[in-house]
Design a protein around this ligand. Structure first.
Ligand code: PEP
Ligand code: MN
Length: 333
């Protein structure tokens, strides 16, 4: 951090800043110019509260130098993390996660899971706890849904990823899931992220729809700081002025995340577009952009899907998409 003092800052105000910096166990480096004094903080500025320096009397501005995340940064961990979900490894070869938006009746869910497996999916996705925009929409089968997911794993051998929406549900979801999903709405739920950091299961962290890359990575640090570094990022589209699509899939974030972070990143073009016909082309684009995998909503009768049917592709489309993406991956890796 660099602290720029006001031109009229008194010697005692300068001394006050130095004292505060030293109180945190860091060193202050003073540079006295003709008009202003600038104080450089030497040490890990992330360990002190920024405002406690920026708000001191005589301070004009404080400028952070370090990024607001550390555990998940490429700077600190040059190698891309590889994370095992069941016996599937994310961060090395291309991984496909697929399934309906919500866990539905047992027979439907089992049937779709088998179709996804045959199409080439390696991880099954479906929400048992559904955070919906409307309080009147279907909210998920909850524990019954988790039990159905356990049957899917047993029947197909596929590991399952499912969303956890509340700290109170972490334990029960963890009994059934191979990977926790944190949804777009909860990316800023720091209590939830912190508690997931105390578990030893991988966490798929979806990007908040108004979160900058830096804020998303800072959110990942909440999980990692508590001890769990098995985190996978998921780009799922952000809000822009465009409303032809449900969201704007930000494929810039793939390259950005790979440069800034050691975490693998997967892309969800289903929520990123909201339109089934755009899912395959955006999947191919995501793989060309360097994504480590894809998360896709699949239903064998999208019109009857309990949620997000409009963006759900059918198993035959999934199969084709996986083949195309694998070819693109071969060409671009
Ligand atoms: C989902 O994956 O079904 C979901 C709710 O996604 P998001 O949190 O990205 O909206
Ligand atoms: Mn959905």
């Amino acid at each position: 951090m660099v602290v720029i003092m006001r031109p009229a800052a008194s010697d005692s105000e300068v001394a006050g800043v130095v004292q505060r910096i030293e109180k945190f166990g860091m060193q202050a480096h003073l540079s006295r110019g003709k008009e202003r004094t600038i104080i450089g903080l030497i040490g890990d500025e992330r360990e002190i509260d920024f405002d406690s320096i920026a708000a001191l009397p005589g301070v004009e501005r404080a400028i952070p130098i370090l990024k607001p995340y550390k555990y998940v940064s490429r700077e600190v961990h040059p190698e891309t993390a590889t994370i095992a979900v069941g016996d599937v490894v994310i961060g090395r070869d291309l991984v496909f996660m697929a399934g309906p938006c919500s866990v539905e009746e047992e027979d439907t869910t089992l049937r779709i899971a088998e179709q996804c497996r045959r199409a080439g999916a390696q991880i099954f996705r479906a929400g048992a706890y559904k955070p919906r925009t409307s309080a009147w929409s279907f909210q998920g089968l909850r524990e019954k849904g988790l039990q159905i997911l356990a049957k899917v794993r047993q029947a197909t051998g596929l590991p399952v990823v499912t969303e956890v929406v509340d700290t109170a549900d972490i334990q029960i979801v963890g009994q059934y899931a191979d990977m926790y999903q944190v949804g777009m709405r909860n990316m800023r739920n720091y209590a939830l992220l912190g508690e997931l950091g105390k578990t030893d299961k991988p966490v798929l962290l979806k990007r908040g729809d108004s979160a900058k890359l830096e804020e998303w990575l800072a959110a990942a640090d909440y999980v990692a700081r508590n001890g769990n570094d098995k985190i996978i990022l998921c780009e799922r589209g952000i809000r822009t002025f465009e409303d032809y699509t449900r969201n704007t899939l930000d494929l810039n974030a793939v390259g950005g995340a790979i440069t800034e972070s050691c975490l693998p990143i997967v892309v969800d073009p289903s929520h990123g577009t909201g339109r089934a016909e755009l899912v395959a082309p955006m999947s191919r684009a995501a793989v060309a952009a360097g994504a480590h995998g894809l998360m896709l909503e699949v239903h064998d009768n999208p019109r009857l899907a309990w949620s997000d049917g409009k963006q759900s592709i059918v198993p035959a489309e999934l199969e084709r998409l996986i083949q195309d993406c694998r070819r693109i991956h071969e060409l671009t890796r």
